[in-house]
Design a protein around this ligand. Sequence first.
Ligand code: ZN
Length: 151
Amino acid sequence: MFDELNDLYQQVILDHCKHPRNFRELDHPTCSAQGHNPLCGDQLKVFLSLDGDVIKEISFLGSGCCISKASASLLTESLKGKKKADVQQIFDRVHEMVMTGRVTGDVGKLAVFAGVHKFPARVKCAILAWHAVMAALKGDGQPVSTENQGA
Ligand code: ZN
């Protein structure tokens, strides 16, 4: 499935899949949310610890395919230290990127997922952790499913 992905991007994704970063539960999370992608069977839970408006700690646990785990792992790296208000903007960029392949603005390492749009079945895997984070920040505590999110 990686045939058309750039080799470097492929290596980054495989590395984060095999060695996911921040793969643990937080002791006292400010908020958390579960995400489920029934099409692929990906299940994960994100944990956030906020200091005022800033994401102080972020982690995840779960099981799923390589893309979903790598995406969650890179998400935790890229959102740590960010303000809540910035997360929506980053989410919008990542969403646009995995849907269309267009990169708008600085997405840093998350650019490795730009190739995912060529594999429509994998888009939901790549965006799952992001939906979970958005749900956690909204604070309604409801599990999210990619089936209710349009992607
Ligand atoms: Zn998946």
